[in-house]
Design a protein around this ligand. Structure first.
Ligand SMILES: Nc1nc2c(c(=O)[nH]1)N[C@H]1C(S)=C(S)[C@@H](COP(=O)(O)O)O[C@H]1N2
Ligand SMILES: [Mo]
Length: 348
């Protein structure tokens, strides 16, 4: 039912109620309310689209038929403007719904293997709210088991005029990526062509890198980042990064060392205060291999302490194959976002 018709229905209900005697109102109220809610859930749907094999249109009732997932006692903390603003709790609730990961699996992702780290997922909701998640945080990391499209909040069904349910991110620090009335889930990929497969076929060996370019697409600011800059930032150690993938198979478990991607962005001039959850960071190499990191996972996750731009592996500077810097994500279950010979870090 189109939104306009629904409002009409609600107005009709109001009129009928006004024409009835007080005695009968209560019972009718309940029945009409149930009818109106039913009409809402049947007609409002979330569209799952973009780079998927099976575009989906899911109503609240469709979601209820999918594998359920719940998070208890989730404390929502308000997103704040500046670091000086006090932190405010915005309620604690249990959420029941479907993992964003499971919805995407049902829709079947179009990009696979080496292509998938360059994928991101854009979620749009009521009031034109828009947030981005990286493929990696949903499918490689444990955050993927905390991002859900909820249809029930503390035992009560979530009804909305626009869109469906509420997107909750249990591992985020503040609720800046929570989205009410979810309308669209769109799978996108950065338009960087992948020549890594071609390279291998033609036996092309790319030279090691000695610096990389950092670019902010919005401001146009460009800066070169080199080993000296890398060494000047606080170093983070990742003890056990699993290097394995669909394409390369199991390579091993290694210790890496380098600054957080967050520190590198801060060096560049992009601080937490300038975060925008509709934006993301693309790390890429000359061979077109790339990985996406969402602004949320870099600046607003309790799991943020593990995305590094590594300069050392097992205590030694990286070899020629990895260049002077490679991205490493300690939390990821595969080496997909480990971009070797990084030549570019772009904020989109
Ligand atoms: N620049 C670049 N980095 C890359 C790749 C690539 O082709 N080019 N392959 C990725 C993939 S798919 C995997 S599984 C790992 C493989 O790491 P290994 O070569 O050390 O096994 O590196 C990743 N980093
Ligand atoms: Mo891979």
């Amino acid at each position: 039912m189109p939104i306009a018709d629904r409002f009409e229905l609600k107005r009709d209900i109001q009129e009928m109620k006004e024409n009835l005697s007080q005695k009968n109102v209560r019972m009718l109220d309940v029945n009409l309310l149930l009818f109106a809610q039913h009409a809402d859930s049947e007609t409002t749907a979330v569209q799952v689209k973009g780079a998927v094999k099976i575009p989906l249109s899911l109503s609240l009732n469709d979601l209820r038929k999918m594998a359920p997932f719940h998070v208890n006692g989730l404390v929502r903390v308000e997103e704040k403007e500046t670091a000086k603003c006090p932190d405010r709790e915005n309620g604690t609730d249990g959420y029941r719904g479907v993992l964003l990961r499971d919805i995407l699996e049902d829709a079947e992702m179009e990009f696979v293997r080496k292509w998938e780290p360059g994928v991101c997922i854009r979620v749009k909701g009521a009031g034109n709210r828009e947030v981005v998640f990286s493929f990696g945080e949903i499918f490689y990391g444990s955050a993927g088991r905390s991002i859900l499209l909820a249809y029930e909040k503390s035992g009560r069904r979530i009804d909305s005029e626009e869109g469906v349910g509420e997107l909750a991110v249990a591992t985020d620090v503040r609720a800046g990526r929570f989205v009410k009335g979810v309308r669209e889930i769109t799978v996108e990929r950065v338009e960087i062509p992948l020549s890594a497969y071609d390279d291998r076929r033609k036996n092309i060996v790319r030279p090691p890198t000695t610096s990389l370019s950092m670019i902010d697409r919005q401001t146009g600011i460009i800066r070169q980042f080199d080993r000296k800059a890398l060494d000047s930032l606080p170093q983070v150690h990742i003890r056990n990064a699993l290097m394995a993938g669909d394409c390369e198979g199991f390579n091993g478990i290694y210790a890496y060392e380098g600054p957080l991607l967050r520190s590198v962005l801060e060096w560049f001039g992009l601080s937490w205060e300038k975060r925008d959850y509709a934006r993301y960071v693309v790390v890429s190499s000359e061979d077109g291999f790339s990985a996406v990191f969402s602004m949320g996972e870099i600046f607003n996750s309790r799991l943020d302490n593990n995305i590094i731009i590594a300069g050392k592996k097992n205590g030694e500077v990286l070899g020629a194959k990895a260049g002077f810097a490679a991205s490493v994500v300690g939390e990821d279950s595969a080496g997909g976002r480990s971009v070797k010979r990084i030549s570019r870090i772009e904020v989109r």
